[in-house]
Design a protein around this ligand. Sequence first.
Ligand code: PLP
Length: 362
Amino acid sequence: MAIPFLSLKALNQPYTAELEAVFHQFLDKGFYMLSDRVKQFEDEFAAFCSAPFCVGVANGLDAIELILQSLELEKGAEVIVPANTYYATILAVLNAGMTPVLVEPDPHTFLLDAETAEKAVTEKTAALLAVNLYGKMCDYDALSALARKYNLKLITDAAQSHGALYKGSTDCPGTDAIAYSFYPTKNLGALSDAGAVITRHEALARNVRARRNYGSEVRYQFDYLGKNSRLSELQAAFLSVKLNHLNRETERRRALAVRYLSEIKNEKLVLPPGETAGEDAWHLFVIRTRRREDLKVHLQNAGIGFDVHYPTPPHRQKALSFLHPLRFPVTEEIHDTVLSIPLNGTLSDRDADHIITTLNQF
Ligand SMILES: Cc1ncc(COP(=O)(O)O)c(C=O)c1O
């Protein structure tokens, strides 16, 4: 029995007929850029996120970068980010001309913690950049209170949390803007790169909308130093199809996660926190073990795929050598011990049985 970590082909296979139909409509219509399908998806995704505005962009990295640029914060201002995030979060801050200030995450949830973040606030801090890592919502009550206390912007990197709930709602309360990626492996994945910005501020939405198109609101007039970060019309059409199935897929992820949480029983393995299992989007199910190399061999022998999110923390990356002197023991421990096991809508109950049994035998 072979269970891949994630098969994109299998993930999209149930939607083949619908995807083919929208492709034919797209081809037939002959409008390839920023037309009806982008607008339609933006409206649908804004409603899904319980927010008034959505602007489709080319990818998740650009979504974060465009938010930071559109907020027109001071160049070089500090943005507090969790040290254990994916590299792209920090790269976006740097690309926007700002200074990332890394802080340790909460050791239980792996998310940005308001108390730790507060200790990093200085006169130069302009924003908090929270990351809903692995599909779990941050504590928005605490983070938005902190943002209000110091007059900071609150931004969320939600590349991994489509469909996650916070106190029953898809909204991240108190945030100024939320960045989404629709990279094909994401819970809502396009068939190529794609992304979006969600916001409750009309002016910010307008600014991002202009900047994604070279900084232009009116044809051939350029008001900002923008970039080409347009959401593809075809990908928007595919995303509308897949958005209709997202709640069902998320429910399946939650059901599998609940099974893993209750049935994996092995003292050599640390399971992710389960307090909000019914609200998390479970983009990844990340376990921890000090014997990661042995576990990899054990899973390989059982035909079970896995991945590591992520093997090297950002402050240890070659490109970020100016961060190398920093020490983040919690973050380093996370990167040294995590391993992601398969969890997605294509897994059958038998697949889950095999994964659980194999982990219990380790
Ligand atoms: C947490 C996080 N932030 C940002 C990104 C960047 O998204 P994209 O690959 O669409 O640029 C990703 C996805 O890879 C991610 O997982």
